[in-house]
Design a protein around this ligand. Structure first.
Ligand code: PHE
Length: 335
């Protein structure tokens, strides 16, 4: 009986001083199958008969006391209350909304406009052969335009990083027959120094339209509709003579300045016009390379720089902003 009183003091004392994370193991220690109380109760059979009843009652009382303690201080509650505390007065966490990159946004709009005009989408490899990037586009070896384009060549092979999306014209004509109406978006590479209007990696959208009786009027019509869809209904277009080996005649399309509407400002260098893309009627020599009958078919082609379109549309004055991954800038560009 005396031992039991000591045991009771000891246990209740331990429980009072225990930390919540210790409750679980104390519960096992006292009440578990091999626990202290359990073995006291088991030992009752060895106690002399006269004392058995009172010791038994005393041991059961202690057991009940311990159980009551754990009813109030459940080991589960101990665990959670010791580790988690929620301060409901704290301000909520801000969720950052994603935004489309201006290049992708412009690209999506360009693609959308040409899809509505009945063009399909083609893709070609960024690592190209000399044949598709130059040869089949009527740019012979040692032609000055190969220097002009300052190409990244891949050492020890005839492979290079494509300098424009025009090779996709050739790939598309090789695998299909006219009529063709396609655009080819993608990345291009040139050895240009990084500055406000140049980047060694940039994006183009190529366009190719081939059928019977295609004229320069078709080219002007489609590209003018495109310009008005992209820059707004007031946009005027103008076509000046130019040169590309794969088109004849070749031209550059200008749009009335999107900033001053044609009155003249710093962006258009007070001309009222902005040069936005290169184009022309497909050179019959290119048809010969892909095995099309040059007397039966004609067509037009164009190539535009997506960065330039994005910068003009969203009022960005430095191309580097498009590649620096400054999320504050990127979030603010397009509302
Ligand atoms: N490939 C030309 C360039 O990169 C653009 C172009 C494409 C011009 C198609 C005419 C026709 O400058």
């Amino acid at each position: 009986m005396r031992d039991l009183k000591e045991l009771r003091d000891e246990i209740l004392n331990a429980l009072q001083n225990a930390k919540p994370e210790e409750y679980e193991s104390l519960k096992i220690k006292y009440l578990g199958r091999k626990g202290v109380i359990t073995s006291v109760l088991r030992g009752l059979k060895d106690v002399p008969k006269e004392e058995r009843k009172s010791i038994g009652m005393e041991a059961n009382k202690l057991k009940k006391e311990i159980e009551d303690f754990f009813k109030l201080h459940s080991p589960e509650k101990g665990k959670t209350s010791s580790k988690k505390f929620t301060d409901y007065t704290l301000p909520g966490r801000k969720k950052n909304l994603g935004a489309f990159h201006p290049i992708n946004r412009a690209l999506d709009e360009i693609i959308d406009i040409f899809m509505r005009l009945g063009f399909s989408i083609e893709y070609g490899p960024e690592i190209e052969s000399d044949y598709y990037n130059f040869e089949a586009l009527n740019v012979p070896k040692h032609h000055p335009s190969r220097d002009m384009q300052d190409t990244f060549y891949i050492d020890g092979s005839d492979k290079l990083l494509r300098t424009h999306t025009s090779p996709v014209q050739i790939r598309t004509m090789e695998k299909s027959q006219p009529p063709i109406r396609m655009i080819a978006p993608g990345r291009c590479y040139r050895k240009d120094e990084i500055d406000p209007s140049h980047s060694p990696v940039f994006h183009q959208v190529e366009g190719l339209f081939v059928d019977r009786d295609v004229t320069f009027a078709d080219l002007k019509g489609i590209l003018s509709v495109f310009a008005r869809e992209f820059f707004g209904p007031e946009t005027k277009t103008r076509f000046t003579p130019s040169f590309f080996p794969f088109t004849e005649p070749s031209s550059e399309m200008y749009v009335s300045c999107v900033f001053c509407g044609g009155k003249g400002c710093n962006v258009c260098q007070h001309t009222g016009w902005l040069e936005v893309l290169g184009c022309g009627l497909v050179n019959p020599k290119v048809f010969e390379y892909v095995g099309y009958d040059r007397d039966k078919y004609n067509g037009f082609a164009f190539g535009l720089g997506v960065e330039r379109f994005a910068m003009l549309k969203y009022g960005i004055d430095d191309m580097r902003l498009l590649f620096e991954n400054n999320t504050e800038f990127l979030k603010g560009v397009i509302k």
